[in-house]
Design a protein around this ligand. Structure first.
Ligand code: NI
Length: 410
């Protein structure tokens, strides 16, 4: 496939370039590419192309619970509303919930995400069918050393799905230090080291976590020796941030604000050259899966103290290069040899004017759906449509399962 006449975002600047895509990768990139006989040609005059965006923390299946628990404190939200409703989740509900979250993400330029939940085999199936990229992890929780087979499930998931179609990878997802015993965390870390698996965990989201342990105690179990995405980090103090030097914190500002869990020390992390990334968290606590909205909220939360904080370059990196690195995927920029994970915008979109300030407009102004999103050279969203699925059927099944899970008779 050859894309002609597009304006391509490279190092923050737009360049008029043609792109040849071969076997899902960017094969060449130059002012003028002459298509070979039989090669598909797409004219993207009037379009702007950027690298795809990455959402480093979510629970995609939770879209069936969107709007279900609002305006209540975190502990009530989690222990009295979400956990009981989760008892009613079925594999089918997770499958359709995952598809709906991915539809929303794709319409906002997200090409890859990191997930932690249960029935993850259905999340994997949904990712396989939809065409996105993901690192999936089984949420791991134990009680007095008994985890009900969750870790075995996570390992089976790894054996079955890790590396599928160069799109699906499996990591380990200890839920949080407060829901896992020390011994269990050490077992998980051992498995992560042996198999070189990514680990992600909710980390110091609440002040009461300090009653049980310190951040040092947890990291020193070995989280600094594995590829680690700590999520939230809202309650970490500046002196703890050196513990995260080799990790990729997932900043979930919207979820943190909505559930009253405070703000992570984003500027301190940036000053320490910690590679921050952006996550939406699940649709039951955000409630959107539009990572650009999370990015913008995170930026504004820092600029309210000083407008030079969290600049455009740092912001774009957080959802592109850092996100890819966090998920251990190749990509994050438009260059030869990179996968064709692309987001396409209409350059005439009113929120992207003036055209010569594209990146600033994308970060601070654009709220709409993108024109198209491509993963490994295939469109997963284009001009309001989802070519890989029957959107109408997905939404109708989703609605049935959402009503079942939330206890509303259909
Ligand atoms: Ni979460």
């Amino acid at each position: 496939m050859v894309i002609k006449n597009a304006h391509v975002l490279i190092n923050g600047k737009l360049e008029r370039l043609d792109i040849r895509i071969l076997n899902g990768y960017i094969n060449s990139l130059s002012k003028s590419i002459v298509p070979s006989d039989g090669e598909e040609v797409i004219d993207f005059s009037g379009k702007i192309i950027t690298p795809g965006f990455v959402n480093t923390h979510t629970h995609v299946g939770m879209s069936v619970l969107r709007g279900y628990a609002e305006d209540i404190p975190f502990n009530t939200w989690l222990f009295e509303r979400i956990l009981p409703a989760e008892e009613r989740l079925t594999p089918e509900a997770i499958y359709y919930g995952s598809l709906v979250s991915m539809m929303e993400m794709a319409s906002h330029g997200v090409v890859a995400f990191c997930d932690m939940y249960f029935h993850e085999e259905m999340v994997a199936q949904a990712v396989a069918d939809f065409g996105m990229k993901a690192v999936i992890t089984r949420g791991l929780v134990d009680s007095n050393g008994d985890d009900n087979g969750r870790l075995d499930e996570n390992i089976k998931l790894y054996e079955k799905w890790h590396g599928y179609d160069d799109r699906i990878y499996v990591g380990l997802g200890p839920h949080a230090p407060y829901s896992c015993s020390r011994e269990y965390l050490m077992r998980i870390l051992d498995i992560a080291k042996t198999n070189d698996m990514l680990v992600t965990m909710h980390f110091f989201e609440n002040t009461w976590e300090y009653d049980r342990y310190s951040p040092e105690e947890i990291i020193n179990l070995g989280f600094d020796k594995v590829h680690f995405i700590p999520v939230h980090c809202t309650q970490l103090k500046t002196e703890h941030l050196d513990l995260l030097k080799s990790s990729y914190p997932s900043i979930n500002t919207v979820s943190n604000m909505k559930l009253g869990n405070g703000m992570p020390r984003i500027m301190d992390m940036l000053r320490k050259n910690i590679k921050i990334t952006i996550g939406t968290d699940g649709p039951a606590s955000n409630n959107s899966q539009n990572v650009l909205f999370d990015l913008r909220t995170s930026i504004l939360s820092q600029k309210m103290r000083a407008p030079e904080n969290f600049n455009t370059f740092e912001a774009f990196n957080a959802i592109t290069k850092n996100g890819y690195e966090a998920l251990r995927l190749l990509g994050g920029e438009i260059a030869v040899g990179m996968p064709a994970d692309l987001v396409i915008f209409n350059s005439n979109h009113i929120q992207l004017q003036p055209k010569h300030k594209f990146l600033e407009n994308l970060i601070h102004s654009f709220t709409d759906s993108v024109y198209a999103t491509m993963v490994n050279g295939k469109f997963i969203y284009i001009d309001g449509k989802y070519p890989t699925i029957d959107a109408e059927e997905v939404l109708s099944k989703f609605s049935i399962f959402s009503k079942k899970v939330t206890g509303i008779e259909s």
